[in-house]
Write a protein of this length. Structure first.
Length: 501
């Protein structure tokens, strides 16, 4: 049995036999008898059929995970789990091209991005947490009791049990493995629900995990949608011990309400309306390149992208002109085209949403500096989900396009005059995920970045991060932190053992 989706090829005809991607439950592949279509966003063609998990399949996955959580996996050693994680990383590496093809087919992202970012980071996630659990330490405290006796207290981490993982479509393998790896590292069992838009690389991961020899039930994969489907059945189950979710803030709120019934552990990485601040003393070319990257990478479909750009007034006009020129040089093309910069959005439905914001921006009075529509190719790409990378100016901070997450290749550029003003404007948002500061003044860099109400701030860079550092958002952008020991803490039941000597 091979679940691998057929790779996308330019001007390819639909395959004679369309692959069926099945669920993976208790060590076996499950055909649920009900499926949905997985569509290529480059040309609108069918990639695969995907089995949708109903209530019975989800319940079976939960039961399998709970059994495994009380079995040998619960008592596995750190060395054994680390070896499994390294084996999974090696398995992804051995099938590197298959994973690249799956990521590209589902998302339409440039091949070079899938190779250098998505799949490479998926491998790194498993290796990072494998090494981390072998070197992690805990806390130990020594004190005196009221009777003068010596007291020693130390902290241990124990598995939570069964973890429900719901991951998004924008960085499918990267964000799924970011959660699966530490959950398994800490001895938990997993039920993974990838986005219905991007089921392929998750299915390949299940194949690799099966080949690695994990005990049955430790890793389970269910496909499906959110409401009245696999996502809802998983998140509302009283028989899981924690939920971790990356996606829209509205969905996170719904999941949180369900989790509250059982007082479950939750970790949410939600939406963002991130700001980039460019001071007049910034390295101009570096700032232009950085804002280009932070606005248009992955067609703007990264929760960390900069949709709000504030530029100090003395360089505002020059900055807008330079960004316009650079944006109009971007190559929007097939994922495997030489020098391609941007592919399509993930789906036609998401394209419709982004285009509705392009229209709203005009209705709100924005000046469209560049883009604002749909490119015309004269070939099969016209059946895809492409939009133009877009720059707008002229909106007040109260405009919906400045306050609401669009999640597409668009940024609004606005001038500012003082540090205090721009900090206030940056923080005047319901979101608080990420921010960027571009300046060559070291004191200003520290002073300004520390005042952002966000989970992470980049100074003179974007998207670079040590995987050992905490990651998460404030306000509507999330709850909790993951990364390094913060992930180990979340995926564990932390207990204190107090001993009188």
């Amino acid at each position: 049995m091979v679940n691998t989706p057929l790779p996308k090829s330019r001007a390819a005809k639909p395959p004679a036999a369309v692959p069926l991607l099945r669920c993976f439950v208790d060590g076996a592949w499950v055909d649920t008898g009900k499926s949905f279509d997985n569509i290529n966003p480059v040309n609108g063609q069918l990639i695969s059929h995907v089995c949708e998990a109903g209530q019975d399949t989800v319940n079976a996955a939960i039961s399998a995970a709970n059994r495994a959580a009380q079995g040998s996996w619960k008592h596995s050693t750190v060395s054994e789990r680390a070896a499994f994680l390294h084996c999974i990383a090696d398995g992804i590496e051995q099938r590197f091209d298959d994973f690249v093809a799956a990521e590209v087919a589902d998302t339409g992202r440039p091949v070079h991005q899938a190779r250098t970012l998505d799949v490479a980071r998926g491998i790194a996630n498993f290796r990072t947490f494998a090494d981390l659990i072998k070197t992690s330490s805990s806390d130990l405290f020594q004190s005196d009791g009221p009777d003068g006796a010596k007291i020693m207290s130390y902290v241990i981490r124990k598995p939570l049990g069964t973890i429900g993982i719901i991951s998004p479509w924008n960085l499918p393998l990267l964000l799924l493995t970011w959660k699966v790896a530490p959950a398994l590292a800490m001895g938990n069992c997993v039920i993974a629900k990838p986005s219905e838009e991007t089921p392929s690389s998750a299915t390949l991961l299940a194949e690799v995990i099966q080949a690695a020899g994990l005990p049955n039930g430790v890793f389970n994969l269910i496909h499906g949608f959110g409401p009245d489907s696999a996502g809802q059945f998983l998140s509302t189950s009283p028989h899981i011990d924690a939920i971790t979710f990356t996606g829209e803030s509205r969905t996170g709120s719904t999941i949180m309400k369900a989790a509250a019934e059982g007082v479950k552990e939750v970790s949410f990485e939600l939406g963002g309306k991130n700001a980039a601040v460019v001071f007049a003393d910034a390295d101009f070319e570096a700032a232009i390149a950085g804002v280009m990257k932070s606005s248009f990478t992955n067609s703007g479909q990264v929760c960390l992208c900069s949709e709000r750009v504030y530029v100090e007034r003395p360089i505002f006009d020059r900055f807008v002109a330079a960004l316009k020129s650079r944006t109009e040089q971007l190559r929007v093309d097939f994922p495997d085209a030489e020098g391609v910069d941007m592919g399509p959005l993930v789906s036609h439905a998401h394209r419709d949403k982004v285009l509705s914001y392009y229209k709203l921006a005009r209705d709100e009075g924005a000046t469209v500096v560049s883009g604002g529509g749909v490119p015309v190719f004269g070939d099969e790409r016209d059946q895809g989900a492409y939009v133009q990378p877009t720059i707008i100016t002229g909106l007040p901070d109260t405009a919906r396009c400045v306050r609401e997450e669009i999640f597409g290749p668009i940024c609004h550029i606005s001038p500012f005059d003082t540090e205090a003003e721009v900090i206030e404007r940056v923080n005047d948002s319901a979101y608080g995920l990420a921010g960027c500061v571009w300046t060559t003044n070291l004191s200003r860099a520290h002073r300004v970045s520390s005042q952002f109400e966000t989970g992470i701030v980049w100074v003179n860079t974007w998207f670079t991060r040590d995987l050992r550092t905490p990651f998460g958002g404030a306000k509507l952008s999330g709850l909790g932190r993951e990364g390094g020991r913060y992930s180990l803490d979340f995926y564990s039941e932390i207990s204190t053992i107090c001993m009188k000597l």
